[in-house]
Design a binder for this molecule. Structure first.
Ligand code: PGA
Length: 250
């Protein structure tokens, strides 16, 4: 089954209103690109409403970096999936390793957030990935398999869930796994999805690779079997770098 790749930028806790000029440059570039992929930018929550105006009518979709698992209520400081949808988001990242670490989010928390996202009409980008210690101990496939089984809701479909494999040790470090290592994990994720959701749906899910994706390595990482795009942190902050990664699909 043909899966349309997705190149998603995660700005993390970076960006002031002035940085929307960079987003405008991305929009201008996206309008002229020949790349055969979907493009997504996930700015910090403070910029989503303004960013929605900038990307309006362009090929760039808008997403958020997290959501609460409830629709509304007494949860000071939190933002619901419904609120994000209301601002024009189509996607929300859930279970990023930085949230699992900084906020102690468990697989059950991530699953509840993904369920809330789906319920509100957003697609959830569910992140999984092993730490360096887990890789060194030979536990990568076990860890990723467990995260996948426990973080992905039972009503997931290729339309409402995207998986992102992000080895924790590759995030922001400039280090990346070898193509063979990426292929092994993505193959394991694909097999897990097929076993759980059946062949047709299982083959339809997009599985992104994330962790130090740059213009210089995008083409080789994106050429690996079962890699259906990228989740990009640092290199998504500059239009030139982000465009260089999108160009892997041109
Ligand atoms: P990085 O971050 O591209 O800066 O390594 C990736 C991510 O955390 O999604």
């Amino acid at each position: 089954m043909a899966r349309r790749p997705l190149v998603a930028g995660n700005w993390k806790m970076n960006g002031l209103r002035a940085n929307l000029e960079e987003l405008a440059r991305m929009v201008a570039a996206a309008k002229t690109t020949t790349a055969a992929c979907d493009i997504l930018v996930c700015p910090p929550a403070t910029l989503i409403a303004l960013a929605a105006e900038v990307v309006k009518g362009s090929p760039i979709a808008l997403g958020a970096q997290d959501c609460h698992h409830r629709k509304s209520g007494a949860h000071t400081g939190d933002i619901s999936a419904e609120m994000l949808k209301d601002l024009g988001c189509a996607f929300v990242i859930v279970g990023h390793s930085e949230r699992r670490t900084d906020h102690g989010e468990t697989d059950a928390d991530v699953r509840a957030k993904a369920e809330a996202a789906i319920e509100s009409g957003l697609a959830a980008i569910i992140c999984v990935g092993e730490t360096e210690a887990e890789r060194d101990a030979g536990r990568t496939l076990d860890v990723v398999g467990r995260q996948l089984a426990q973080s992905v809701p039972g009503n997931a479909t290729p339309a409402n869930v995207v998986i992102a494999y992000e080895p924790v040790w590759a995030i922001g470090t400039g280090r990346t796994p070898t193509e063979a290592e990426v292929a092994e994990v993505h193959g394991h994720i694909r097999a897990g999805l097929v076993a759980r959701f059946g062949d047709a749906a299982g083959q339809g899910f997009r599985i992104l690779y994330g962790g130090s994706v740059k213009p210089a390595n995008a083409r080789s990482l994106m050429s690996v079997a079962d890699v259906d795009g990228a989740l990009v942190g640092g290199a998504s902050l500059k239009a030139e770098d982000f465009g260089g990664i999108i160009a892997a699909y041109a």
